[in-house]
Ligand binder design. Structure first.
Ligand SMILES: Cc1cc2nc3c(=O)[nH]c(=O)nc-3n(C[C@H](O)[C@H](O)[C@H](O)COP(=O)(O)OP(=O)(O)OC[C@H]3O[C@@H](n4cnc5c(N)ncnc54)[C@H](O)[C@@H]3O)c2cc1C
Length: 422
């Protein structure tokens, strides 16, 4: 049984009755995560008629389950992105994503989104000497781009995190943390305040193009629109006529303690940074507004490895923070990350004035909000030049099931042996 902390503590609400009528709008958006809600907000803000349709609740997918680290760029270092996309295209993507945290925190402030924003940066923590060398390399690349990043030594990392386990950490001052579900619902609420029509619990069953119009059908309603954004990403539910986003699902889970005492909070992440490490089978930790410590790792809590993953979380907490003693983990939940082979997000052109955005590969708060915002602009102005990355006509991943099995088996094997007392 899993329970999601973000659902239990979300203070943002949004009204989104099921679609039960026929509508004609300028833009129809399928999917109510960051990509879809940011697109709806941007379209409605600019005066367009927009309708967003969500299969379950707003924030049901990755947007309501993630760690809440609002980072700049992608998970890949800049040089790898530039090599993969070429300097023109790579620079276009990087400059948009370097500015992504600013875009997110500006929206939070403008619409008073009640999502526990903390903008004290994030810490990428070196789990080994090799991890530290990787951070030194990232530091050089980020500083060459003028990014406000600093490499902390082991002592300073221990002071900031409360853990003696790290060899150093890369601090990125642009970044921060949020309550991820509240951010998503807040974006949707802001879109509705600008006049967007939001409909949850309305899975799209069929998508067709008739003349210049996209027609989206649910069980009880229909929307026709000049432009379409498919924003279903790793949580895509099949709809006839819709090209499913091709990604490799990677499960990631989190577990949260009850709130720490004030004394403990003064020692553990006193600055409120969100953290993740350099390990191949990575893990994360952060604090929420009420002082719960949240630990995360790769793995599926709804699969056969669930017990291995939960007992690893227990051990990992004790390894990182032995001075805390044993802590009960109250909530545990997981989600699917949409990975692409090259770890670069994709925009697929579905037809005239129709795009699908997906594959943020584990870094989708800044990128999701950015891709959604810019896709809405590009669609409504019919200008693909506004997109953060050039659209392709199709995207295929090979050996999806094999690669998904490899991720999960690797995390089970790692978690079975990792963080044991030495
Ligand atoms: C556990 C986890 C931890 C992560 N941690 C971080 C992090 O710390 N920082 C970060 O930047 N990124 C993180 N990510 C990635 C980030 O959460 C995602 O990239 C991002 O939420 C994707 O947003 P989205 O809007 O594209 O898709 P989603 O949020 O997945 O939304 C897609 C929506 O489409 C809906 N849908 C699907 N099919 C249909 C249909 N047929 N009709 C109608 N609606 C449909 C789904 O119900 C879903 O709500 C993490 C992801 C996970 C899973």
């Amino acid at each position: 049984m899993t329970s999601n902390l973000w659902q239990a503590t979300c203070r943002e609400a949004v009204r989104a009755p099921p679609l039960a009528q026929r509508k004609t709008v300028d833009l129809v958006v399928i999917g109510g995560g960051y990509t879809g809600t940011a697109a709806a907000l941007e379209a409605a803000r600019s005066g367009a008629q927009v309708c967003l349709i969500e299969a379950a609740e707003i924030g049901h997918g990755g947007s309501g389950r993630n760690v809440g680290l609002v980072n700049a760029g992608l998970w890949l270092p800049p040089k790898v992105i530039l090599k993969s996309l070429g300097s023109g295209e790579g620079e276009r993507l990087l400059s948009q994503l370097d500015a992504a945290p600013e875009r997110v925190f500006t929206l939070i402030e403008r619409y008073a989104i009640d999502c526990e924003p903390v903008r004290h940066g994030t810490l990428h923590c070196a789990h080994s000497p090799a991890g530290l060398r990787e951070l030194q390399n990232r530091l050089r690349q980020q500083q060459a781009r003028g990014a406000p990043v600093t490499l902390l030594d082991a002592a300073e990392t221990a002071r900031r995190t409360g853990s003696l386990r790290f060899h150093g950490a890369l601090h990125d001052a642009r970044a921060g943390t949020v309550q991820p579900l509240a951010l998503c619902r807040g974006l949707a609420r802001a879109a509705a305040e600008h006049g967007a029509h939001l409909h949850a619990n309305s899975p799209v069953r069929r998508l067709t193009k008739t003349g210049d119009s996209w027609v989206v059908e649910t069980d009880a309603g229909q929307v026709a629109a000049g432009s379409l954004l498919l924003a279903t990403n790793a949580y895509h539910r099949s709809a006839a006529g819709a090209q499913a986003p091709q990604t490799v699902p990677l499960h990631y889970f989190q577990a949260a303690t009850p709130p720490l005492s004030d004394n403990e909070r003064a020692r553990l992440l006193p600055g409120g940074e969100g953290c993740w490490d350099t390990a191949l089978v990575m893990s994360s930790f952060r604090i929420d507004l009420t002082g719960r410590l949240i630990i995360g790792g790769i793995g599926n809590l709804e699969g056969p490895g669930a017990k291995v993953h939960t007992s690893w979380s227990d051990r990992k907490l004790r390894q990182l923070f032995p001075w805390l003693g044993r802590r009960r983990l109250e909530q545990a939940w997981c989600g699917r990350i949409a990975m692409t082979g090259d770890h670069i997000p994709k925009i697929v052109k579905l037809g005239a004035r129709g795009y699908s955005c997906f594959g943020y590969s584990g870094r989708g708060i800044g990128p999701g909000v950015t891709f959604g915002t810019l896709a809405a602009q590009a669609l409504l102005r019919d200008d693909p030049g506004l997109l953060p990355i050039a659209p392709v006509t199709a995207h295929r991943e090979s050996f999806v099931a094999v690669r998904q099995g490899y991720y999960e088996t690797g995390s089970i094997l790692t978690h079975a042996v990792a963080a044991r007392c030495r």
